[in-house]
Design a protein around this ligand. Structure first.
Ligand code: NAD
Length: 344
């Protein structure tokens, strides 16, 4: 019996790695019967009519014979076992490269922007009729910087992807899982969803919100035999850090901000760079935690990928008023008693 998995945010990083890993699964547990590359382009721009097969993703198999073969295979609509979804199908090339240049018969790539209800509806339509065993809500974006510099739009985007994107995705696939009275929902969360991190207030707020959402939902899902697991990632070597929105410490965005906060922010950026340089996990390591959550009979609500923050997490729990955590985190990031050089 194959396991059908749908993953969001598969054009890079953890999502890409997980999709490739599952599609190439040596035990063939995720094996499907055929392959389809379908483009569920956003409605109304080129979206297929309900029930109608979408045209193939372009540019997938590179040039020539490969592409012709893809086109040919696209006509055989079968049930794949890994639905790798991504906002921009043009970025699907990377996933294909990871799989050695050819699309295995275990994979279907679908367009899905978690902020776009129409795109989500089109993806649901394409998966219809399939029993979905595992839903992985992985799409996420970051936002860093002094709170005073975070624009309304940037804050809304973070919540729209990290929180509401996951909510919409779960809402879309939950009824099927409930009907089958089985399933798993795995959510890419963050250590920043468990404890506050300096200059990441809005990102942490979105992941904290996700934690509250998932913990609440897990209680209701228990009688349905649907397990929900939050994977709490620490720093992971993906393009996440490079892509996240943050003000340039030397740029105009910090103009008007007090000098002390500017100093702290510069310090934080240096700390963050060295943290990622020294202790960031590789995607493969983090994937083990996702695979365990998929494969274990009764996965827990939360799994951390690293013990790096365990002392700080323990401190946070042991001292619920929070002040010991705030002091310890401050010292961890900025050093003891010399933050910004001008601590009052
Ligand atoms: P990444 O940037 O490589 O992956 C994020 C993916 O989400 C990208 O493929 C991106 O295109 C996709 N995405 C963004 N907006 C989307 C949208 N509207 N619709 C669909 N997809 C969208 O980074 P990653 O490290 O692989 O991140 C995966 C998850 O892990 C995220 O939820 C992130 O918050 C979480 N995480 C990452 C780290 C880290 O250090 N890399 C740490 C903690 C948590």
């Amino acid at each position: 019996e194959k396991t059908t998995v749908l993953i969001t945010g598969c054009s890079s990083g953890i999502g890409l790695g997980l999709a490739a890993r599952l599609a190439a699964d040596a035990a063939r547990r995720f094996k499907g019967k055929g392959v389809t590359l379908r483009r569920g382009d956003r409605h109304p721009r080129g979206s297929p009519e309900p029930g109608q097969a979408a045209p193939c993703a372009r540019g997938w198999a590179g040039a020539g014979a490969g592409r012709a073969a893809q086109r040919h295979r696209c006509q055989r609509l079968r049930s794949p076992a890994v639905y790798a979804t991504m906002r921009d199908l043009a970025k699907g090339e990377r996933l294909l490269e990871r799989l050695g240049g050819c699309c295995p018969d275990t994979l279907e790539v679908l367009q899905l922007d978690v902020t776009d209800p129409c795109s989500l509806a089109a993806a649901v339509q394409q998966v219809q009729g399939q029993r979905l065993d595992v839903l992985v809500c992985n799409a996420g974006v970051g936002l860093m910087g002094p709170l005073e510099t975070c624009s309304d739009q940037a804050m809304k985007t973070v919540f729209d992807v990290n929180l509401f994107g996951a909510v919409r995705t779960i809402q879309a696939f939950l009824p099927t899982m409930k009907r089958h009275r089985a399933g798993r929902i795995i959510v890419s969360s963050s250590i920043g969803g468990l404890q506050g991190l300096p200059f990441n207030s809005v990102y942490c707020a979105s992941k904290f919100a996700l934690e509250g959402l998932c913990e609440s939902l897990a209680i209701v899902l228990q009688p349905f035999n649907i397990h929900l697991t939050l994977v709490e990632c620490g720093p992971v070597n993906t393009s996440f850090l490079a892509k996240l929105q943050r003000p340039d410490p030397e740029g105009s965005e910090l103009q008007g901000l007090d000098a002390e906060t500017q100093g702290l922010y510069r310090r934080y950026l240096r700390h963050c760079q060295s943290l990622f340089h020294d202790v960031a996990q590789e995607v493969e390591e983090v994937l083990q935690v996702f695979l365990e959550a998929i494969g274990t009979p009764c996965p827990p609500l939360r799994c951390v990928t690293t013990q790096l923050f365990a002392p700080l997490s323990r401190l946070r729990l042991a001292s619920p008023d929070g002040s010991a955590y705030v002091r310890a985190m401050h010292d961890f990031v900025f050093g003891r008693g010399e933050a910004g050089g001008e601590r009052p």
